[in-house]
Design a protein around this ligand. Sequence first.
Ligand code: ADP
Length: 255
Amino acid sequence: AVDANVISLAPDDQHQQVLVILYDVTFLRQVERMQLDFVGNVSHELKTPVTAITGFAETLLNGAMDDEEARVKFLQIIYNESTRLTQLINDILTLSRPENEALTLEAVQPKALIDEAITSLAQPIEEKHLTVTNQLAPTLTIRSDAVKLSQVIRNLLNNAVFYNRLGGQVTISAQPDETELILTFQDTGIGIAENDQERIFERFYRVDKARSRHNGGTGLGLAIVAEMVKQLGGEITLKSQLGVGSTFTVTLPVN
Ligand code: ADP
């Protein structure tokens, strides 16, 4: 896409002179388009839980309240959908924070952050009979932003648990060296087909929408991971095979 500015320079009798300035606005248009798409997606995603909440509240008010069973069931749905709405809003706010927000660098022990994330997933881990192994050394210390790193760890572990199979495994390991720390999150889950592998980092992209929703997913988890890894000065790569499992590798500077 091209924008043009045409400026007429002082003409004399014989010569008409114009200056044409061409701007390549392809990138700008792409950004505008992405922003519009995002707003559209956000509205759509917010609408789903709001519609459910309104609908079930209305049904309750129109008489379902008198039925004990329906009352409990509908209130549970309203509660679940409200929780989902909160999660969505939190994720959207996380993504809308400015890119250049300063990092708060401090001594961080990644093993402890991973342990915390595992603890908060204790219930689904138990329900799915998963074996989760955190192979990091407790003494391993890097300088990083604990909040952002924690978000990366939580989102990757969440997915490793929720997209896993019954009785599966999740293994977190590290290869530290002088300049960088390589963290790998390996699962024995459903895997990701090759043509989806790049797209799953896009906002709201899900391979299986119903499954993601059922797991309480917002479709923003990996977009947040990608954004945070970038802000931390790192990189993320993915290796995955359908039906076998996925390995996400995060390379971080140790500062
Ligand atoms: P969601 O909230 O849907 O989990 P994410 O951004 O975290 O959103 O992930 C995007 C999609 O990528 C998921 O819907 C799922 O299809 C796929 N995905 C992410 N992590 C994994 C994984 N470990 N194993 C299999 N599929 C995954």
